[in-house]
Design a binder for this molecule. Structure first.
Ligand code: SAH
Ligand code: SF4
Length: 400
């Protein structure tokens, strides 16, 4: 990895954004791993082992100011600042707290003025952790939660244009950088006082954006979160709308850093899927399934099919029978997470009737398909799936 030169914006050199941010005069350390930090220090004539100290400080101790890195000599801190370096972790600018304990944050990035969103869900959402694998003993210490899930954004807005999704209405504003993707997670861990290695925290890359259309930055962020922050990839799930080249790259990632995979299926067949998810015309269901088959699953690992129930459109009993056939045809270990559609302004779908949801769930279960109903979280603060689009411009958050 290259080291950004003095007063050169880090993104130009070390990040692979398709939309590079405007030129600035500082460089951020957040987003660089220990080896890259070491290289920066050796370029300044400092010993490389101090790169590990820097990484410890920003990723483990969650320091946000160079001055607070007391393991570095004061003169070195001053030199780094003089050279234009800053920690550069994204900031949680505003928080909206739901009645159910969910917290939605507006995050201020470093590579552009747009805010993006991250969501903290204490107790999980019964979807990703609802298969029993994550059910743990209650924690006895002071925390009011015994496990939690952080929903992470990968882009500001999204280009994929799923017809039922609010984020789609934004279009793609820009890709998030490595430091912005990993940094929102570290900022939330810090905000919530999470002790990595002790507390049970899952990450779901299911916030704003399509992770597989920002693949390089997203995967570099995952590596940082695993290798520097200390989170387990087996507690991370990435969700894709079915970007086949991205799934193919994902399949080639080593198991030590590969999260679990979720596919937004959302329809029982190509005909309906092409209407609700126009991306299906480019990569139809069988192309997606073929790509997923190349992923070498760990023992007991399953691929998740997310399925948004749209009233009258995807929630009919015959759809459930088709989904069951599709899961069987897929041939890999899988489960289905049903998501009741969350309404949003300007989207002309309707919520499914409660009996239709129950019937759909029952029908899949009766066919032997492992099925979970994802509990909607933070609907009152627009934090639920597909509702992340409230604000784009810095400081314009309106709450809910
Ligand atoms: N872009 C990725 C990840 C973000 S969307 C993807 O599409 O997979 C995360 C999940 O929210 C997807 O499964 C998507 O189908 C679902 N979703 C989008 N809008 C929704 C809405 N209004 N109500 C419920 N789920 C929604
Ligand atoms: Fe993008 Fe996912 Fe929304 Fe589709 S559902 S528009 S891929 S964020």
């Amino acid at each position: 990895m290259l080291c950004p030169a003095v007063h050169t914006p880090a993104d130009q050199l070390i990040r692979l954004d398709t939309n590079p941010p405007a030129v600035g005069s500082t460089a951020e350390m957040f987003g660089l791993d220990a080896a890259a930090l070491a290289m920066c220090l050796t370029n300044l004539g400092e010993p490389g082992w101090r790169g590990r100290q820097l990484a410890e400080a920003i990723y483990r101790q969650r320091v946000t100011e160079l001055d607070a890195i007391t393991t570095l000599p004061k003169a070195l801190r001053t030199l780094l600042k003089d050279k234009g370096w800053q920690v550069g972790r994204p900031r949680l600018a505003r928080a909206f707290v739901s009645q159910d304990g969910t917290e939605r944050y507006l995050v201020e990035g470093v590579a552009g003025p747009e805010t993006f969103e991250a969501v903290w869900m204490p107790e999980g959402d019964d979807g990703e952790a609802g298969d029993g694998s994550d059910a743990g003993e209650p924690d006895t210490d002071r925390k009011s939660w015994d496990r939690a899930t952080i929903c992470v954004s990968s882009q500001v807005g999204c280009a994929v244009n799923c017809q039922f999704c609010l984020t789609a209405k934004l279009g793609l504003q820009r890709n998030l950088t490595v430091g912005e993707i990993a940094g929102q997670v570290v900022a939330v861990l810090h905000q919530q006082g999470v002790e990595v290695g002790k507390d049970r925290v899952n990450l779901v890359f299911m916030g704003m954006g399509e992770p597989f259309l920002n693949y390089d930055n997203w995967m570099a962020a995952v590596r940082l979160l695993v290798e520097e922050v200390g989170l387990s990839p087996q507690r991370m799930t990435v969700s894709t709308s079915g970007i086949v080249p991205g799934i193919e790259r994902f399949a080639a990632e080593p198991a030590e850093v590969r999260p679990k995979l979720a596919i937004s299926l959302n329809a029982p067949n190509d005909e309906v899927r092409s209407v609700v998810m126009p991306v299906n015309r480019k990569w139809p269901i069988d192309a997606v399934l073929d790509a997923v088959r190349a992923v070498r699953l760990r023992p007991r690992e399953r691929v998740t099919f997310e399925y948004v129930l749209l009233g009258g459109v995807t929630d009919r009993p015959e759809h459930a029978a088709e989904v069951a056939r599709l899961v069987r045809r897929a041939g890999f270990p899988a489960k289905v997470n049903l998501i009741v559609w969350n309404p949003g302004p300007g989207i002309a779908y309707s919520m499914p009737e409660p009996y239709a949801v129950e019937e759909f769930r029952r029908a899949l279960g009766a066919e032997g398909v492992p099925v979970y109903l994802r509990r909607p979280r933070g609907r009152d603060i627009f934090a639920a799936c597909g509702q992340l689009k409230r604000t784009v411009e810095r400081g314009s958050g309106s709450g809910a």
